[in-house]
Design a binder for this molecule. Structure first.
Ligand code: HEM
Length: 152
């Protein structure tokens, strides 16, 4: 019970800080940076500072998400052994499959936006469209997760 609450808190807390951080960068910091004398320097140092938060959040989201997923399977298995007819989880599995696919895209975008590799400079020099995409995908995943909660 306590572990479940802790994992839910870690999952939601990490997601809030990560998606919220991307939103802050896009909606507040980028417009201000673009009016400054050296936008590129400001944007790259902001991304560099934010990168540690993102990498930590990616890890904690993954660990807590896997925990959630394993506990879903345990419950589903216990349900199915009691009543295999009514415990149909095919829609849940379908929706969580879509979630995992979008989460994979978000993780990839987050790495492109924050890893200090020269190959990713194209994304980091003009981050606005990629930040937009990350935020939109994040909001879609949050909706899918709210839906999963009702399906599970
Ligand atoms: C950008 C990444 C992610 C976002 C934005 C996200 C968002 C969320 C949110 C908002 C919830 C609802 C929590 C609640 O109702 O208390 C949730 C639940 C959940 N998440 Fe994630 N998540 C992400 C990544 C992951 C990953 C990587 C996994 C698995 C490895 C995962 C597995 C789950 C599971 C199994 C649940 C429980 C769903 C249920 O209530 O049945 N999530 N997620």
């Amino acid at each position: 019970m306590f572990l479940k609450a802790l994992m839910q808190w870690i999952h939601v807390g990490s997601v809030v800080l990560m998606i919220g951080g991307f939103f802050f960068l896009r909606a507040v910091l980028l417009p201000i940076a673009n009016r400054s004398s050296d936008p590129a320097a400001l944007i790259s140092s902001a991304l560099r500072r934010f990168s540690h938060i993102v990498w930590t959040a990616l890890l904690t989201v993954l660990i807590s998400g896997l925990y959630n997923f394993i506990s879903f399977f345990r419950t589903a298995r216990a349900d199915a052994s009691v009543d295999p007819i009514t415990s149909d989880y095919s829609l849940y599995i379908f929706v969580i499959g879509i979630k995992f696919f979008i989460v994979f895209l978000i993780f990839t975008l987050a790495i492109f936006l924050t890893f200090p590799y020269p190959v990713f400079e194209v994304y980091q020099k003009r981050p606005a469209p990629w930040l937009n995409l990350t935020i939109i995908l994040g909001l879609i995943v949050i909706f899918l997760s709210a839906y999963l909660r009702r399906l599970g």
